[in-house]
Write a protein that binds this ligand. Structure first.
Ligand SMILES: *Cc1c(COP(=O)(O)O)cnc(C)c1O
Ligand SMILES: [Zn+2]
Length: 417
């Protein structure tokens, strides 16, 4: 390494350093994960004003993302709304609740934040093509960004991927490989075959993905100045680590005083990370058959668990486990109390906040930000929502009016009772 380098890749375990043009994903010495590390003394950001005059989004923070900004592959990702919830907060049991609505990203999930940076890097590395294993959202995002970059793309999905996500990957022209098995098996397949194919892996084991996703932390910190906690759904453990990386950088740059607590939420049937945190263990016990309705977090062997554990420990955070029933109740509550449509995995953050309030992990007068990671339309499963009222009727106006009048007045009576 040259002394004047502003950034490099570094092993999180043995701290071996690699140059930014290293095209591997893990440390060749010890096999552990890599981080992108910025020399913050050399970053020309001393206050928030640097960003003020720029459009919202990932590239607003370009000084803190060590890839060539002029060659970025972007769909204007990030800059998602932070929405104060004045009805849902009471359901959750909180005075102040915000939803960071990541469904507003170009392909409908936060994965786009990582993909804009990682695909920019892929072009810089001159790769032949890109490949990922995905429960769906990574596939949708990778397919879109590789289409924009003109790079061939292979997505390997498990048997039970959500319909909307697969539809996106197909639409953007990716090669779809459906494995008769789980996400974890899909990922193992990708790891064993990518090199042979000469394709670059864009799962969250790739540190460049997290380098884009960290801007989620920047955006929240730029908007909320008082104390708060973050609740975030956890699957492969990448995003919670990325958000924490962003917040840590802001703290080290003196752009924020205190960083929030990071609270990871997992579904009961897929909670190896949350169990490790709750039992205060130092290593993860993987599970072979993860099961939950929230397909985006149906993961039994989270790759980034070490980075995520660091995020929870350093932030004095925690983990919460919620049932599928609690996730679905939260998804319905968000949709009907706030008009916000999120997919089940996203609703886990709200379900987790509600549970933490009930169990005393958060105080009702604390400010909470829930990250809602993906859009409702990703998973258009008719089993998830039943209509509140469904009228089936012949095209006869008189009958319709009569029936509606009855229903509305019954409703009025129910409301009074
Ligand atoms: C990917 C994803 C997650 C999980 O993020 P990890 O980085 O794998 O922990 C949660 N929700 C949605 C909607 C996702 O697409
Ligand atoms: Zn190492």
């Amino acid at each position: 390494m040259k002394q004047d380098d502003k950034a490099w890749l570094q092993c999180i375990n043995c701290h071996t350093i690699y140059p930014l043009n290293y095209s591997g994903y893990i440390c060749v010495k010890c096999g552990d994960l890599l981080d992108v590390v910025l020399d913050l003394d050399k970053v020309e950001v001393r206050d928030w004003r640097v960003f003020n005059d720029r459009a919202r989004g990932v590239w607003r923070y370009r000084e803190l993302i060590p890839v060539d900004y002029s060659k970025r592959v972007t769909l204007n990702e990030g800059g998602t709304p932070l929405i104060e919830c004045n009805r849902l907060n009471r359901w959750v049991g909180l005075k102040k609740l915000y939803i960071k609505f990541e469904g507003a990203n170009p392909t409908g999930s936060f994965k786009d934040r990582g993909m804009t940076v990682a695909i920019t890097k892929a072009l810089d590395l001159n790769v032949k093509g890109v490949i990922c294993a995905s429960t769906g959202n990574t596939a949708a995002s990778l397919a879109a960004y590789s289409a924009r970059a003109g790079l061939p793309c292979i997505t390997v999905i498990p048997e039970q991927a959500a319909l909307g996500k697969v539809f996106q990957a197909i639409a953007h022209g990716a090669i779809i490989v459906r494995i008769r098995g789980s996400f974890d098996q899909a990922l193992r397949f990708v790891f064993s075959k990518a090199e042979e194919l000469g394709y670059y892996i864009l799962n969250s084991v790739n540190a460049w993905r997290l380098e884009g996703q960290k801007t989620l932390g920047y955006e929240i910190a730029e908007e909320i100045k008082n104390e708060y906690s973050i609740f975030i759904p956890v699957g492969n453990c990448g995003n919670i680590a990325a958000v924490w990386k962003g917040l840590t950088e802001l703290k080290n740059l003196d752009l924020i005083k205190d960083a929030p607590r990071m609270i990871g939420v997992q579904a009961e049937g897929a909670s190896p990370f949350a169990k490790m945190v709750k039992e205060n263990r130092e290593s993860l016990q993987p599970i072979d058959n993860p099961e939950t309705i929230a397909s985006a977090i149906r993961i039994g062997r989270p790759v980034n668990w070490k980075k995520a554990l660091r995020a929870v420990r350093e932030s004095r955070g925690d983990a919460v486990i919620v049932s599928d029933k609690e996730i679905l109740e939260a998804q319905t509550a968000i949709a009907r109390l706030e008009g916000l449509g999120v997919e089940p995995a996203s609703a886990a953050s709200i379900a987790g906040a509600k549970k933490a309030v009930e169990e005393g992990g958060v105080d009702s007068d604390e400010t909470v930000v829930c990250i809602c990671t993906g859009h409702l339309l990703k998973d258009p499963n008719p089993e998830l929502f039943k209509p509140k009222t469904l009228i089936e009727i012949e095209p006869d106006e008189e009958k319709l009016v009569k029936e509606l009048t009855e229903i509305i007045s019954n409703r009025a009576i129910q409301a009074i009772n």
